[in-house]
Design a protein. Structure first.
Length: 289
């Protein structure tokens, strides 16, 4: 069943035009529906009610947090972005936030100026809001590509994690199938993994040898270990020396691996990771990539 999620995108306005466009494009490319954004401008109570209605009708709320607090709503003294976020929390809508890194904001300052990229008037309110955001699900971003990757990965995760209503074509409504990785996201992962290089050291009695592999090679080579599960304590041993916790966390960011929280937990393949590997085999990419 091809379920499309409606994603409400929230952010400040003039400082994040390019970032919102990247987010909307990523949502559309992933086969989902963006909402909010330029549909309305902050200004009065009726518009705020309209925004709340859009949030109510959305499956996911996504915030892009840069360096600005945003336009202030007069009655509450909070920004519209802050109010939207708190409203989504109160409605228990799945939320994730993309927080622009210091490097990203520095580049924004160089591009549009200090006063346009960072909060100059309500810095205290901005820090209070950011502190709240940082206690929930966040994904950092150094550039617009990071924003798009975060959206692809998080929406796939939310489909698995939550029983979201979404939008389904009428002729598919009666079809019940477990969610699988879609073609677009699959090809995006292939491109990303082939261009991500990891170096590791293999130690033997003859000395240390440094190897470099791309992420796709590493995932395929270690799929067997991922399936049986790797104890955290064994992650850097010689049997699987091409792996490190950093590499495993990298795959977890794309929801291909699951890493338990306890020190005795295993690092193991996720349902999405199995789906990804299955597609690799179907396309004869396991031995021919």
């Amino acid at each position: 069943m091809n379920k499309k999620l409606q994603v409400f995108v929230s952010s400040t306005y003039t400082d994040l035009i390019e970032e919102r466009q990247a987010a909307v494009q990523a949502i559309l490319d992933a086969g989902h529906i963006p909402a909010g954004m330029e549909l309305f401008k902050a200004g009065n109570e009726s518009q705020l009610e309209t925004i709340y209605k859009w949030i109510d009708e959305s499956d996911v709320y996504m915030l892009i947090l840069g360096g600005r607090y945003g336009s202030i709503e007069k009655i509450t003294g909070k920004s519209y972005t802050h109010l939207e976020y708190e409203y989504a929390l109160s409605k228990n809508i799945p939320i994730f936030s993309i927080v622009l890194s210091e490097k990203f904001i520095t580049n924004k300052i160089n591009s549009i100026g200090l006063s346009n990229a960072t909060e100059q008037t309500y810095s205290g309110k901005y820090q209070t809001f950011k502190s709240l955001v940082m206690t929930k699900i966040i994904r950092p971003a150094n550039d617009c590509k990071d924003i798009q990757i975060a959206i692809y990965a998080t929406l796939i995760d939310f489909i698995y994690q939550y029983n979201l209503i979404g939008w389904v074509r009428g002729n598919e409504a009666s079809t019940i199938n477990p969610p699988t990785i879609d073609e677009y996201y699959f090809m995006k992962l292939i491109d990303i993994f082939k261009n991500k290089q990891f170096s590791y050291t293999h130690s033997t009695i003859l000395g240390d040898t440094v190897y470099t592999l791309n992420a796709l090679d590493i995932f395929i080579t270690n799929f067997f270990y991922f399936c049986i599960g790797i104890p955290k304590s064994d992650i850097n041993n010689n049997q699987i020396s091409q792996l490190s916790f950093q590499i495993c966390e990298y795959f977890e960011n794309f929801n291909l691996l699951s890493i338990g929280t306890s020190q005795y937990a295993k690092i193991i393949i996720s349902p999405l990771g199995k789906s990804f590997y299955k597609l690799l085999k179907q396309k004869n990419m396991v031995n021919n990539h």
